[in-house]
Design a protein around this ligand. Structure first.
Ligand code: 3HC
Length: 679
C-alpha cells in the first residue's frame, strides 16, 4: 500500500504521508506524491492541495538508507518541480520537522503553514551534502541569502516562529493543523499567478552587486568549517542562486551535490549518522525491558565534574541533590554552577528565568543521608579506589531499594566498586567527559552484574539530557581513554627521538583533530595522574610537573603561554627533552610526519581492535562515536575505525609492523580476509 493517501475536504485535496518513523521521502513516498499532484491536476473539482504528514513529523528528508544504492525514478528534484508546477495552489502543512528534502517539498509548494513547535532546516551538510532538490536555489529566494547561508552551511534548523518572521512560513497555526491548513487553502485557492519560489528575485537581487555577505560568512566560520568540504559547497550553491537564473542554478547545485555524494566525507558522515543511532542499542537486553524511575538525581562531589554533571540534569528539568563534605566546597561548587548559568543567560543562550529555574531544582547538602530519595546517585569524587569503595558501601545502606548507583570514574574497575555493595546489579559506570555540561559523550560502563533495566535507564536518561551514550565494558580507561594511552605513550617517545611537540600537534590538527596530544595535555593539566613527588623524575612529564609546568593553568606546560593563552614553543621544554634524551641514550633523528601518523594514530586503531576483540565495545561504530563526540575526531573521517577502513587495514598492519608493534589479532584477521571493521 502506498504511504501516500488522498482525501477530499470540500474542494481541497488533502495528501497525507504515512511513512513512519520520520516520513522519509523514499521511493514509494515520491511516487505517491507525484500521483497525488496528477490527481489534483486532473480533477476539476479540486481547487487546492494540502500536503501533510501523519505521525510525529512532516517529511524529515530524503531516505538516507537509499543513498549509495541505485535510486529509482521519480527522483526528488523531479518531484519538487512537479509540485511547483501543479496548476492548483499547493500548501505544505508542517508539524514536527521539515528537514532537507522535506523542506524542499515545502519550498516547492506555493504556501507553507506550520504549528509553532515545528522546526525547519536543511541538515544535509551534516551528512556531507547539500540540499539536492532545488533547496539551495529556492531557500535564499524565500528566506533571504543570509539566513539560507546560515541554515545550509551549518545545518541547524530554525523554529517555525522565526520562519514566519522571515517569510519562510506564511501562517502559524494554533489548533488542528489539517483543519486550519484546509481553511488556508480555501482562502488562497483563487490567487493567480501561483507564487513560485523558483521565480522570486526580490531577496537575491541585492546581492548581485554586493558580495560581502559571502566573504563575511566564509570568514566568520573559517574555524568551524575547517577541513569540511560540504559547507563550502553549500555556500557556492547559494552564490549560484544569486548569480544565475534558477534553471542554471539548479544545474550548479546538481553538479556540486554529485561531487559531494561520491566523496569520502559524505560517506563518512552518513555512516556516522547511523553509527550514532546504533550506539543507543544495547546488546543482550531482554525485549520489553522497562527503564527504572529517574525523577531525582543525587550527585556526590561538587567539584568541576560533579557540578557539570548536575547541570545536565537541572537543565533538563530534573531535580538534583548535590553532596559535599565541607560547606565551603559546597558553596564554591554551587557558586560555579550559578555562574555558568548566569553566563549562559548573559550570552542569550538561555533566558534568566531558565537559569533561575534550573538552580531552583538544586538541593545542596552536606549529608549523604539526604540521597535516600534519589533514583540515581552519581559519585563524582577523585579517582581513588578506596575512597570510592567506602562511598559505595555507605550508599548501599542509604539508597532506597532499586536506586541506581553510578560512578563517574574514568579508569577504575566498576566490578570492584560494585563489590563494595550488596547490590552489584544496581551499579553502573557513567563516565562523563569534561566539561560535563558541554561534552556530548557519555560512556555507560556495563559491569559484570549490571542489570539490564539499569542500562536501559542510563540510556534513556542520557537521551533526556541530550548526551550521546555508548556502552563500554570494564577495562582500564574503557573505550576512549584506553585508546588515548598508546597515542600518549608514542607521542612522548617521539619527543625523545627528535620530534617536537609542535610537529606532533601539527600533524594531528592537520588531520582534523581540534588539538594535538600536547595541546590537549596542556589544556587538561600535565599534572593529571602525576605522583606529586618533584624529586622523582622518571619521564618528560614528571620533569615538566617538577618544574611547575602544569599546563595552561600555570602559563607553562609543553608550550609557553602568554596572558591570552597563546602558545609558543618553549626553549625550556626543548632543554628538558634534550636532557632526557641524553640520559636515556636516545639518538636524535629526523622524524617524518608519516611516522607520527603510524605511531600515534595506527596504534589507536590497533587498541580499538583489541577493545572489539575483548568485547569491550559492542561494535566498531561505537568506538567511532566515542572518538567523534569525546575527543573531537573529525566526523568527516568517520571515526578511527571507519578511517582505518578507508586507509585499508593491510596498510595499517604494514605500518604497525614497520614500527615494531604487535598487531591485534582481530586487525590482522580482518586485514588478511580483506574485511572491514565497519560496513
Ligand atoms: N532517512 C532514513 N531514516 C531516517 C531518516 C532519514 N532521513 N531520519 C531518521 N531516520 C531513522 C533513524 O535512523 C532512526 O532509525 P532507527 O529507529 O532504526 O534507529 C529513526 O528514523 C528515528 O530517528 P531518530 O532516532 O533520529 O529520531 P529523533 O526523533 O531523535 O529525531 C529527526 C528525528 C530530527 C528527524 C532525526 O532523525 C534527523 O535529524 N534525521 C535526519 C534528517 C536529515 O538529515 N534530513 C536530510 C536528509 S538528506 C536530503 O534530504 C537530501 C535532499 O536534499 C536531496
Amino acid at each position: 500500500m502506498s504511504p501516500i493517501s488522498t482525501k477530499k475536504h470540500g474542494d481541497v485535496l488533502v495528501v497525507t504521508s504515512n511513512n513512519p518513523p520520520v516520513n522519509a521521502l523514499g521511493h514509494a513516498v515520491r511516487e505517491g506524491l507525484v500521483a497525488a499532484i496528477e490527481e489534483a491536476d486532473g480533477d476539476d473539482e479540486v481547487k487546492a492541495v494540502v500536503i501533510i504528514g501523519e505521525g510525529q513529523t512532516f517529511f524529515a528528508g530524503a531516505d538516507i538508507t537509499e543513498f549509495g544504492r541505485a535510486m529509482q525514478n521519480p527522483m526528488l528534484p523531479q518531484v519538487v518541480d512537479i509540485i511547483e508546477n501543479c496548476t492548483k495552489p499547493v500548501v505544505s502543512a508542517i508539524h514536527g520537522t521539515a528537514l532537507g528534502g522535506g523542506l524542499e517539498v515545502a519550498l516547492a509548494s506555493h504556501y507553507r503553514v506550520a504549528v509553532a513547535s515545528a522546526k525547519l532546516g536543511v541538515p544535509e551538510v551534516k551528512l556531507g551534502l547539500l540540499p539536492g532538490a532545488g533547496g539551495t536555489q529556492r531557500l535564499p529566494r524565500v528566506a533571504g541569502v543570509q539566513k539560507a547561508l546560515e541554515m545550509a552551511a551549518t545545518g541547524n534548523p530554525i523554529g517555525a516562529k522565526e520562519a514566519y518572521e522571515i517569510g519562510l512560513v506564511d501562517r502559524l497555526i494554533e489548533g488542528d493543523l489539517e483543519q486550519h491548513a484546509v481553511a488556508f487553502a480555501e482562502e488562497v485557492r483563487e490567487i493567480r499567478p501561483l507564487p513560485k519560489s523558483s521565480e522570486r528575485q526580490d531577496k537575491v537581487e541585492p546581492y548581485r552587486t554586493d558580495r560581502s555577505v559571502f566573504t563575511d560568512f566564509r570568514k566568520a566560520n573559517e574555524r568551524k568549517f575547517r577541513g569540511f568540504e560540504a559547507p563550502y559547497a553549500n555556500i557556492q550553491a547559494i552564490e549560484a542562486a544569486v548569480d544565475k537564473p534558477y534553471a542554471e542554478g539548479v544545474l550548479t547545485e546538481r553538479q556540486l551535490f554529485l561531487q559531494l555524494m561520491t566523496g569520502t566525507q559524505a560517506r563518512a558522515q552518513q555512516y556516522f549518522f547511523f553509527a550514532e543511532r546504533r550506539a543507543a542499542k544495547i546488546d543482550g537486553i531482554p525485549e520489553g525491558t522497562q527503564p527504572r524511575m529517574g525523577k531525582r538525581i543525587g550527585v556526590i562531589g561538587a567539584g568541576t565534574m560533579g557540578g557539570g554533571i548536575s547541570m545536565n540534569f537541572l537543565s533538563a528539568g530534573i531535580p538534583v541533590t548535590i553532596v559535599e563534605m565541607a560547606q565551603d566546597a559546597l558553596d564554591r561548587g554551587t557558586g560555579v554552577m550559578r555562574g555558568n548559568y548566569e553566563a549562559s543567560a548573559a550570552k542569550g543562550r538561555i533566558s534568566p528565568g531558565q537559569a533561575q529555574a534550573a538552580m531552583g531544582l538544586l538541593t545542596p547538602t552536606l549529608k549523604l543521608d539526604d540521597l535516600a530519595d534519589c533514583d540515581l546517585i552519581i559519585e563524582a569524587v577523585f579517582e581513588n579506589m578506596d575512597v570510592k569503595k567506602d562511598i559505595f558501601a555507605k550508599l548501599d545502606k542509604i539508597a532506597k531499594p532499586g536506586a541506581i548507583l553510578a560512578s563517574n570514574t574514568s579508569y577504575l574497575n566498576i566490578d570492584e566498586i560494585a563489590a563494595a555493595t550488596s547490590r552489584p546489579e544496581d551499579v553502573v559506570g557513567l563516565h562523563f567527559f569534561s566539561p560535563a555540561n558541554v561534552m556530548k559523550l557519555l560512556e555507560i560502563v556495563r559491569g559484570a552484574k549490571t542489570a539490564p533495566d539499569v542500562l536501559v535507564t542510563a540510556m534513556a536518561l542520557a537521551k533526556r539530557i541530550r548526551k550521546v551514550a555508548v556502552v563500554a565494558g570494564v577495562c582500564h580507561g574503557f573505550i576512549g581513554n584506553r585508546m588515548l594511552m598508546p597515542r600518549q605513550v608514542e607521542a612522548t617517545k617521539l619527543l625523545l627521538e627528535g620530534a617536537t611537540p609542535e610537529q606532533i600537534d601539527r600533524v594531528h590538527v592537520g588531520f582534523g583533530m581540534p588539538m594535538g596530544p600536547f595541546q590537549m595535555a596542556d589544556l587538561a593539566g600535565v599534572d593529571i595522574g602525576w605522583h606529586r613527588d618533584p624529586s622523582r623524575i622518571e619521564n618528560v612529564r614528571d620533569a615538566l610537573c617538577a618544574a611547575d609546568r602544569w599546563g595552561q593553568k600555570k602559563g607553562a606546560g609543553f608550550y609557553d603561554y602568554d596572558e591570552r593563552r597563546n602558545p609558543t614553543p618553549s626553549p625550556v621544554v626543548e632543554k628538558i627533552i634534550e636532557e632526557f634524551r641524553v640520559k636515556e641514550g636516545v639518538e636524535k633523528r629526523e622524524i617524518g610526519n608519516d611516522e607520527i601518523v603510524e605511531r600515534t594514530l595506527y596504534t589507536m586503531v590497533n587498541e580499538g581492535a583489541r577493545i572489539l576483540e575483548e568485547g569491550m565495545a559492542q561494535r566498531a561504530s561505537d568506538i567511532d562515536v566515542v572518538w567523534v563526540y569525546g575527543y573531537g575526531w573529525p566526523v568527516y573521517r568517520g571515526g578511527p575505525m571507519f578511517w582505518a577502513d578507508t586507509e585499508g587495514l593491510d596498510k595499517i598492519v604494514a605500518g604497525l609492523e614497520r614500527r615494531g608493534f604487535e598487531v591485534a589479532k582481530l586487525l590482522r584477521e580482518k586485514a588478511e580476509a580483506g574485511e572491514k571493521f565497519t560496513r
